[in-house]
Design a protein around this ligand. Structure first.
Ligand SMILES: [Zn+2]
Length: 234
């Protein structure tokens, strides 16, 4: 089995003026053969419905499989599925040995719910960072946020020097946000301890498709907190 870049075309309706335009929908993108499509995806111009009638541009989300053999990355993005259906899809993916066999060696297999999740995981993998650790870092930030300006969204965008860079959305808009790289190292240690102690059995499934999101990070932090507060054995 192999995956290669494929697309189809649809008639899509401009949500502003209801004018119909022909739009190319990408079903599979292989970043090694089509780096220009990777670029467009990261710049959020990949599936832009540019209306010739009213001039508005609208991003159209649709199911997309992203493959990057050079970085050992395979991600299925399913904005069309409910959380419950995502879980079902995860089970299906795990039973498909051919998909997992597409990548050799150390690989990262992910199912995500939204384009922004997909983009974030591409950035993480290309920077050789562990998306599981990044989710823990993000949740720690969210949990310590202030009540007056709650953080609505936090997205990793890159790493450089001694910093991790994010963009953050609160009721006032989008802002840049940076954390010391030490925050990543601390979360990585926490994940290592959870893995070593077997407190979170799902961590043993590293070579399978995983849904690594905020709920995953919450399970990690809760398991860690429970272990820390458990009475010491005599
Ligand atoms: Zn329009």
């Amino acid at each position: 089995m192999s995956l290669e870049t494929t697309f189809h075309q649809v008639l899509a309706q401009c949500p502003v003026c209801l004018n119909e335009e022909t739009l190319t929908i990408w079903d599979v993108i292989d970043a090694s053969t089509d780096p220009d499509l990777r670029e467009k995806l990261l710049r959020k111009t990949l599936q832009s419905l540019d209306c010739r009638n009213c001039g508005n541009a609208t991003l159209i989300a649709s199911p997309l499989t992203y493959l990057d053999p050079d970085h050992g990355l395979l991600i299925e993005c399913r904005p069309d599925l409910s959380p419950a259906d995502l879980e079902n899809r995860l089970s299906q993916l795990r039973q498909d040995p051919e998909l997992a066999g597409l990548l050799a060696g150390d690989s990262c297999l992910r199912l995500v719910a939204a384009m922004n999740d997909l983009i974030e995981k591409i950035h993480a993998r290309e920077q050789q960072l562990d998306d599981r650790v990044l989710e823990i870092v993000k949740l720690a930030v969210l949990r310590h946020g202030s009540a007056e300006t709650p953080i609505e969204e936090l997205r990793f965008v890159g790493a450089g020097g001694d910093e991790l860079s994010f963009v953050l959305k609160n009721p006032d808009g989008w802002f840049q946000y940076a954390l010391p790289a030490q925050a990543y190292d601390n979360a990585a240690q926490l994940l290592d301890r959870l893995t070593d102690t077997g407190l979170l059995p799902e961590l043993e499934a590293e070579t399978m498709f995983m849904l690594i999101d905020q709920a995953f990070a919450a399970r990690c932090l809760d398991a860690f907190t429970a272990a820390e507060t458990a009475p010491e054995e005599a």
